[in-house]
Design a protein around this ligand. Structure first.
Ligand SMILES: C[S@@+](CC[C@H](N)C(=O)[O-])C[C@H]1O[C@@H](n2cnc3c(N)ncnc32)[C@H](O)[C@@H]1O
Ligand code: SF4
Length: 471
């Protein structure tokens, strides 16, 4: 596991890290979503779902429902969002989402058990509480699940009422992920997100009083106006809430893809790679001192949290929501822009809400693009996910899953990893037949994964970067 109780975490200096940093995928999927193609759409998704329904080994599913609406737009936001104050659009959206659930259930051809339900966005709390309850009930009507399955939801404290919390508790939610990002007033001003510590504390208190036990907090480092001192201050406030998990995302600033992000540059410049490294170092030290275990790239958990247990027992997985405990046999995504993973294919719904709606109203699955994984993709995905989750790969284990001889199949990759500068990222033990990320490689795990990524091997085109920096 990627254990992060690393008191020596500051031993690697910003300059040493910075020389490796370049744009790279976050590997929430492999191939990355940039490889999804429009020819893998509705009809292909239909075939994939029917095939899933026929596979005897597939008994349960994890379901993700995307709610794209937010009452106001944060200028740093990289999610698929629609900013509106019209709550009726949420009610209409849930009508269509329930119709999509029907299409999916029909295509599967058999009732699969629900292992886990996640609502994300955007801000699912944009929905009125009655719509939230209606959605959960509709999910359970189509996919029966035990009472104690994990139900999780993302919440924006600036727009979540006590009535939402009551509805979530009544619908059996056990985990909430609360967006914070940063409490420093200068940063909040730069990113157009005003949110006080007390506002956040009252939501944390309300969910716990309602019996929703698990609380996650989202933070972002690398935002304009952040300094190691302000980030440390934010972390202290967040640690005061005693969250079960903290996600600390590196700011993905891609204004050519998200033009509103240009607005964050008005107040302060976006931090340089060296500044990002200094911010991350402060956070790693603070979180380790507070007893949090680092999970993969950007998650931190209390040692008794299920994510820490999953990291220790090998059931940690990575998907479009980040690091998760592997629960369902397949992941299905419903709602505009949601991504599904059948194991042999990924497909993403139309991002545009109107296009998504039109497709459902015409009785067709609303997939807009995707990719079918060939044998090489499946093998490389296995390695990349092992690295992202556990920072090591065992060649014998790979050979039990796939009919290849690692040293031959990956001769070029292993040669590259044996030479500078990559040899600083991983130790290859040819006797034990394993590859283990060094401490530097653990920090730059995306760079290490990129060595095994067939799609990153061609020289980058001259256009603007499609990915965020690897640190
Ligand atoms: C859907 S939002 C969380 C729920 C709610 N909308 C909120 O913001 O409070 C998901 C999370 O993604 C992260 N995020 C959004 N845009 C990002 C970006 N450009 N770079 C890095 N992380 C980002 C933030 O930490 C955010 O809390
Ligand atoms: S960060 Fe959250 S609240 Fe802000 S625009 Fe993005 S999804 Fe909406």
């Amino acid at each position: 596991m990627t254990c992060a109780k690393t008191p020596h975490s500051t031993a690697i200096g910003p300059a040493q890290l910075a020389k490796f940093v370049r744009p790279g995928p976050r590997y929430t999927s492999y191939p990355p979503a940039t490889e999804f193609r429009p020819d893998i759409a509705g009809r292909e998704a239909l075939g994939q779902l029917a095939e899933l329904g026929r596979r005897p080994a597939v008994r349960s599913l994890s379901l993700y429902c995307h709610v794209p609406f937010c009452a106001s737009l944060c200028w740093y936001c990289g999610c698929n969002v629609v900013a509106t104050r019209n709550r009726d659009s949420g009610t209409r959206y849930i009508d269509d989402l329930i119709a999509e659930l029907d299409l999916v259930a029909q295509a599967l051809g058999r009732r699969l058990a629900l292992a886990e339900l996640s609502l994300g966005g955007g801000s699912p709390n944009f929905l009125v509480p009655a719509d939230l309850a209606r959605l959960v009930e509709a999910v359970h009507d189509r996919f029966p699940g035990r009472d104690d399955i994990e139900r999780g939801i993302e919440l924006d404290p600036r727009d979540t009422e006590l009535a939402h919390v009551g509805a979530l508790a009544a619908s059996g939610f056990s985990r909430v992920s609360i967006g914070v990002q940063d409490f420093a007033p200068a940063v909040q001003k730069a990113i157009h997100r005003q949110q006080s510590v007390s506002q956040t504390a009252s939501l944390v208190g309300a969910v716990r009083r309602a019996g929703i036990e698990r609380v996650n907090i989202d933070l972002v480092y690398g935002l304009p106006g952040q300094s190691p001192a302000t980030l440390a201050h934010t972390l202290d406030a967040v640690l005061g809430f005693a969250p079960d998990r903290i996600a600390l995302f590196g700011y993905a600033h891609l204004p050519h893809l998200r033009p509103h992000q240009r607005l964050v540059e008005r107040a302060h410049p976006v931090p340089t790679v060296e500044q990002r490294a200094a911010l991350l170092a402060v956070a790693l030290e603070r979180l380790a001192d507070a007893g949090y275990v680092r999970i993969g790239l950007d998650h931190f958990a209390r040692p008794d949290d299920s994510l820490a247990t999953a990291a220790a027992t090998g059931t940690l997985a990575r998907n479009f929501q980040g690091y998760v405990v592997r629960r369902g046999d397949a992941l299905l995504g419903c709602g505009a822009s949601a991504i599904s993973d059948s194991g042999t294919a990924y497909w993403q719904n139309h991002v545009d809400v109107a296009a998504w709606q039109r497709s459902i109203r015409a009785g067709a699955l609303p997939a807009g693009r995707g990719v079918i994984l060939d044998a090489d993709d499946q093998l490389r995905r296995w390695i990349i996910m092992r690295l992202m989750c556990h920072s090591r790969v065992d060649f014998a284990e790979i050979e039990r899953e796939f009919s290849v001889r690692c040293e031959e199949y990956f001769a070029a990759e292993l040669t590259q990893l044996g030479q500078q500068p990559h040899r600083e990222l991983a130790d290859i033990d040819r006797g034990r037949r394993e590859l283990v990320a060094t401490e530097l490689g653990t920090k730059l795990i995306r760079n290490l994964c990129m060595v095994f990524d067939r799609y990153q091997q061609c020289p980058a085109d001259s256009g603007p970067p499609r990915f965020s920096p690897t640190l």
